[in-house]
Design a protein around this ligand. Structure first.
Ligand SMILES: NC(=O)C1=CN([C@@H]2O[C@H](COP(=O)(O)OP(=O)(O)OC[C@H]3O[C@@H](n4cnc5c(N)ncnc54)[C@H](OP(=O)(O)O)[C@@H]3O)[C@@H](O)[C@H]2O)C=CC1
Ligand SMILES: CC(C)(CO)C(=O)C(=O)O
Length: 366
């Protein structure tokens, strides 16, 4: 059965996900919050090349309201620095039972969206993906180059009892690639982009700043690869202290980019050789920093402090990039700021990661 899927966003992942949905027999609709990114679709079909070859004309929404009202499910597919604004715009129009999928989920955004829905008395399952179903880059006009369709994508749903139903929906829409994980903390810790992009951007910041065209995979040299592996050890230590299962960086590269497991640098060299190593950012104003530092590294740093497994390299990364960019990246996270996590304990957070609702555990009666 064909489903109508509304995609919030009209960038690389939104276009690539629309192509995957189209290929799977579904009917995507794209919404560009400013309207700018869908204008080209008035004159040309969306053309996908690479891992997906398709040419089709997706429906286009002119507002959040239209996107929510005219679709069975909603996929949030834009950088995390746009999530709060997009959740605020969509929440008044989401209806009971409508499936919301966040790809990639960041900074406990599902808790923020759930709060908005609860305030309206609406119950809608929110599914958080640890990453995206496809990777790629938008090109000129209405084109997208899909670099890879992932073999595995971690997911969880809040509230937890809706998990089986949400898994069935995701599988029907995007394919049999999903690995259920235990709650939002596991999903947060299964997004490897922030730590990987920290090492990649730090090792290549002059290339980015000078606007060079450079191969990302090839420039994960042995020393950059070693940094990525050390960052991964910090993330895994936090996950282990919370008894959460999450994939290693070795599994991540192997499963996402179809290379045999080896050192991180060796796998990236192999990706470069087979043509799916990607191109690094050609600007310092890249989401590798402006999204991943405040919305990714910052959450890992918070979880490290809460669990007593301080993520020293992640914290150093936030400080180094804040100094380079003259910004306080730790303070920029609109989602964590809105959740006011300081008032909650680790146990409160663990509960919320499964229920979707952040509540203070009542003090035991004395
Ligand atoms: N591309 C990839 O291969 C991968 C991407 N990801 C993740 O997927 C997500 C989407 O990435 P990608 O599609 O590449 O990103 P893009 O930069 O291509 O996304 C552009 C879209 O985001 C919207 N947007 C940007 N800023 C805001 C804002 N402040 N408020 C509202 N909307 C905004 C734009 O809106 P407008 O249309 O109005 O301009 C546009 O529709 C990110 O979280 C990224 O980290 C993860 C792994 C791989
Ligand atoms: C290029 C890739 C797939 C790996 O860093 C990516 O994750 C991104 O573009 O965000």
């Amino acid at each position: 059965m064909s489903c109508k899927v509304g995609i919030a966003g009209a960038g690389s992942i939104a276009f690539g996900s629309a192509a995957l949905l189209h290929q799977n027999g579904h009917d995507p609709m794209l919404w560009s919050p400013s309207g700018a990114s869908t204008r080209v679709l008035a004159d040309a079909p969306l053309t996908a090349t690479g891992a997906i070859e398709a040419e089709f004309s997706p429906r286009v929404a002119t507002s959040a309201q239209q996107l929510a009202e005219e679709n069975d499910a909603i996929l949030i597919a834009l950088p995390a620095y746009g999530h709060k604004a997009v959740f605020d715009a969509l929440a008044p129009h989401i209806r009971d039972g409508q499936h919301i999928i966040v790809s990639s989920h960041a900074s406990l955004g599902a808790l923020y969206l759930m709060q908005l829905l609860e305030a309206r008395g609406v119950q809608a399952p929110i599914t958080a993906w640890g990453t995206t179903a496809v990777t790629g880059r938008r090109g000129e006009g209405a084109t997208v180059k899909v670099n890879t369709v992932r073999k595995k994508v971690d997911l969880c749903t809040v509230p937890e009892p809706r998990s089986d139903c949400a898994l069935a929906v995701c599988t029907r829409l995007f394919g049999d690639v999903f690995v259920p994980r235990e709650g939002l903390l596991a999903i947060s810790l299964s997004n490897l982009n922030p730590q990987n992009h920290l090492g990649i951007a730090l090792g290549n910041i002059t290339r980015m700043e000078r606007g060079e065209t450079w191969s990302q995979g090839q420039n994960v040299t042995p020393k950059v690869g070693a940094l990525l592996e050390a960052l991964d050890a910090e993330r895994l230590a936090i996950a282990e202290s919370l008894s959460l299962q999450t994939k290693t960086i070795f599994e991540h590269f192997s499963l996402s980019f179809h290379v045999p497991e080896a050192s991180v640098s060796e796998m990236n060299q192999q990706m470069h050789a087979q043509g799916n190593g990607g191109t690094g950012p050609a600007t310092a104003d890249s989401r590798y920093v402006t999204e991943d530092v405040p919305y990714g590294l910052q959450l890992t740093a918070v979880l490290g402090r809460l669990t007593g497994h301080r993520a020293e390299l992640h914290e150093a990364g936030i400080s180094i990039f804040s100094a380079m960019y003259g910004r306080d990246f730790a303070a920029e996270n609109e989602l964590l700021n809105a959740l006011e996590l300081d008032g909650f304990s680790l146990d409160d957070l663990r509960q919320a990661a499964r229920t979707g609702l952040l509540r203070k555990t009542p003090e035991p009666a004395s």
